[in-house]
Design a protein around this ligand. Structure first.
Ligand code: UDP
Length: 311
């Protein structure tokens, strides 16, 4: 059975990738240091030898005597709250972790896919964001530990491709949501759902006018796997172009949960991108991929999962 190595496989997106690759007939090897991951995300595979889990850092992955076909590097804190809490670990995941996983791919002659991010565009001056846009990142701001780590990760990935001939790809993920996000993840959707379900006020940072575009995790996973199994080396955006203000999002979560929680305003985060929406023409053309799950449907599934987690 061919193997897919997934760093960050105990995390939110990573664990959904594990489920998807096993469903497609692969064996999954997970490398996760559990900084922000949760072993419960893979509990459905306990005792099943199609999923092998190493709780260690992906900067120094184990030697594997297995036929590794794909290496998916998805290990990193990804919520602003997390990467502000773990700034040095976030830089290490993008730098040392990416190098460790690239070396693993090189040893095995496997294709490598980097999970990059819309944060490489920073607070964008081009809207929607196309892959050819170089971005607007504050290199010394608090978010830079994530943004610059991922920009370095893209750079080292292209260097391994150009200088060493490693077969690499780069996916730039826009905001993704769904079951298995932590209740205390800190991002807008988990925060609002948790607050609405527990009768607490929904916290809007700034005036709620910032926009984001939210992609349900099953759509993200489908796009990621199509790119992983392609021969594309240039970055590809994967996200849902439906764009909402954060105030609209809070109102939708309130309506979907039937909550009477008030909205409260808190100070804006430094360098918070004012707008974000993916241009997905490249994914549509090259991968024949587009999102299929509308926000209200995805929110209903996410709310149901959070209710189960709370119970
Ligand atoms: N946000 C908010 N309240 C929250 C969490 C987030 O108003 O409780 C805002 C945040 O300031 C940003 C947007 O929602 O403008 C999306 O933030 P998130 O942390 O989900 O991820 P980001 O897209 O910034 O990485």
């Amino acid at each position: 059975m061919d193997v897919v190595v997934i760093s960050g496989g105990s995390g939110f997106v990573g664990s959904h990738l594990v489920d998807a690759v096993v469903a497609r007939g692969f064996r999954a090897v997970v490398i996760d240091n559990l900084l922000t991951g949760n072993p419960r995300n893979l509990a459905q595979w306990d005792g099943d030898d199609r999923v092998l889990v190493y709780h260690q850092d992906c900067a120094h992955p184990p030697a594997l005597e297995l036929p590794v076909r794909y290496v998916l590097h998805f290990a990193s804190p990804a919520s602003p709250a997390d990467y502000l809490r773990y700034p040095l670990e976030t830089l290490a995941a993008g730098a040392d972790g990416t190098r460790g996983m690239l070396e693993l791919a090189r040893r095995h002659g496997a294709r490598f896919l980097l999970a990059s991010t819309s944060e490489v565009y920073g607070d964008p001056l081009v809207h929607p964001q196309v892959e050819t846009y170089y971005g607007n990142v504050n290199p010394i701001g608090p978010r830079s530990v994530y943004d610059e780590a991922k920009r370095f990760a893209e750079s080292v990935t292209m260097a391994y491709h150009r200088a060493l001939g490693v077969n690499t790809g780069i996916v730039r993920l826009f905001n993704t949501y769904g079951p298995r996000m932590r209740l205390n993840d800190g991002r807008a959707i988990p925060n609002f759902v948790y607050q609405a379900l527990t009768g607490q006020p929904l916290t809007l940072y700034g005036d709620g006018s910032m926009t984001r575009s939210f992609c349900y995790v099953s759509d993200t996973v489908e796009g990621v796997l199509r790119l992983a199994m392609s021969e594309i080396h240039d970055p590809v955006n994967i996200g849902n172009p439906g764009e909402y203000t954060i105030l609209e999002l809070a109102q939708r979560v309130r309506a979907a949960t039937g909550s009477a929680s008030p909205l409260v305003y808190a100070p804006a985060m430094q360098d918070d991108p004012k707008v974000r929406r993916p241009d997905i023409a490249r994914a549509r053309d090259l991968l024949d991929w587009g999102p299929t799950i509308p926000l209200d449907q995805g929110l209903a599934w996410t709310i149901a999962a959070f209710k189960a987690d709370l119970a």
